[in-house]
Design a protein around this ligand. Structure first.
Ligand code: BGC
Length: 421
């Protein structure tokens, strides 16, 4: 394993925006009008989200926790399905609660980075076909019209939609391009009401051929990169929507519709042309079993973060998510040290990185299960008490010093944890 104690000191630029990230459905609880709630009910393999971290009640506690841990920014999302639970029926109390949440964060010196759509939307919208139908964009636009003017003064940076680029499934091109259109229209709309920057939360997947020399794996890796990464960067840079199997289009609203590149970065993925779903097993000699079940987060690949920063050099960059699911919190400290070092290297190489938001503030609902734990803090599933883990104190020291280094690391980590099987 890598010797993290040997990593150099890395100082970050002045005003660097340190913080953490969550999403509404994953922490609020009882998000009963969302399409994911309905999906959890009809899918036996999914654990229901239930009360999650009960942040719908405890959001003020979350703001206090962020302040205690020294976070200067917090990425959170609002739930459209709470604000418009039925088509055209608006719940002003829900919006008022988000206003209070954002106000309280600001008062505690934590700057809100707000996502308008983080994988969830109202069930009624889903039943109408969601983003797969272009004429449904008017519903998303109407939602944005409702919330953006109300929240405009409270938000430090905006992210219209989380990870709209991610799908590799056949037949999803039209859906993804409609979500790019939704991003473009939200960008223009926000610009009419607010001066804060608007960016992305791009799921940055580094696709590697499973067999480095194999022409089919290499071709597949390039293809997967094109349909998850490049189509999106190209759309934002030029306004041209290009995706295999979908008629190309030009969208003036999309051109230039990001003031910063926000990237969610976790690890690399193997492209395997001999596997039915295109993705291959990790190399066993590199695999870290950090929870007791197979999970995509089983390898550290900080190099990918450097590659992403190099590729996106045409705009300021924010890491809008990065983290690790592990039961032994020491892995989180190791993972943080490695990736902050990589980020420092990218910055030293000229990348204009402005912030880093760790996924996640606390253990939360990981879309179908509570087993993967990404939190800097634990969250008791009965009492909802939040308890910072050692990694939260390590991260706090990094934030305060605005640098990494072996001295800070040694205060929080005695030795490297042993490898999982
Ligand atoms: C998503 C989060 C998720 C995290 C960890 C990201 O893809 O935006 O909602 O919990 O990864 O898997």
């Amino acid at each position: 394993m890598y010797d993290v104690f040997d990593l150099p000191e890395r100082t970050f630029p002045g005003g660097f925006l340190w913080g953490s990230a969550t999403a509404g459905h994953q922490i609020e609880g009882d998000n009963v009008h969302a399409q994911r709630w309905a999906l959890e009910r009809r899918s036996p393999h999914m654990e229901p989200s239930g009360k999650a971290c009960n942040s719908w009640e405890l959001y003020r506690r979350d703001a206090e926790l962020l302040a205690e841990l020294g976070h200067r920014a917090y990425r959170l999302s609002i739930e459209w399905s709470r604000i418009e639970p039925a088509e055209g029926r608006w719940d002003d109390d829900a919006l008022d609660r988000y206003v209070d949440n954002l106000t309280y964060l600001n008062e505690r010196g934590v700057r809100p980075v707000l996502t308008l759509h983080h994988n969830t939307h109202p069930q009624w919208f889903d039943e109408r076909g969601g983003f797969s139908r272009r004429d449904n964009l008017r519903f998303f636009e109407r939602f944005c019209e409702r919330v953006v003017p109300r929240l405009a003064d409270l938000v430090h940076a905006w992210i219209p939609l989380n990870e709209l680029n991610i799908s590799t499934k056949p037949g999803r091109g039209e859906l993804k391009l409609n979500m790019v259109r939704a991003h473009g229209l939200a960008y223009r709309l926000i610009k009419r009401h607010a001066s804060a920057p608007v960016g992305t939360a791009h799921a940055y997947t580094v696709w590697m051929p499973r067999r480095a020399h194999d022409p089919m794996d290499r071709a597949l890796a390039r293809h997967l990169d094109a349909i998850t990464n490049e189509f999106f960067f190209h759309a934002i840079r030029t306004g041209e929507l290009v995706h295999p199997r979908v008629a190309g289009a030009h969208e003036p609203d999309v051109r230039g519709s990001a003031d910063f590149w926000g990237i969610n970065y976790y690890t690399r993925t193997m492209a395997d042309a001999r596997s039915a779903d295109c993705t291959g097993e990790r190399f066993r000699h590199k695999r870290l079993r950090m929870i007791d079940r197979p999970f995509y987060m089983e390898e550290f690949f900080p190099e990918g973060l450097i590659a992403a920063c190099e590729r996106l050099s045409d705009r300021p960059i924010h890491v809008t998510e990065h983290g690790v699911s592990c039961d032994d919190d020491r892995w989180r400290i190791v993972n943080l040290a490695l990736h902050l070092d990589a980020l420092g290297e990218a910055i030293a190489g000229g990348a204009d990185v402005r912030g880093y938001l760790h996924w996640s503030l606390m253990d939360n609902y990981e879309w179908e299960s509570y087993a993967p734990r990404f939190g800097l803090c634990a969250c008791d599933r009965e009492t909802f008490e939040r308890t910072p883990k050692p990694s939260a104190w390590y991260y706090k020291d990094v934030i305060e010093a605005n640098r990494t280094g072996p001295d800070i690391l040694r205060r929080h980590l005695d030795e490297l944890p042993t490898l999982g099987g």
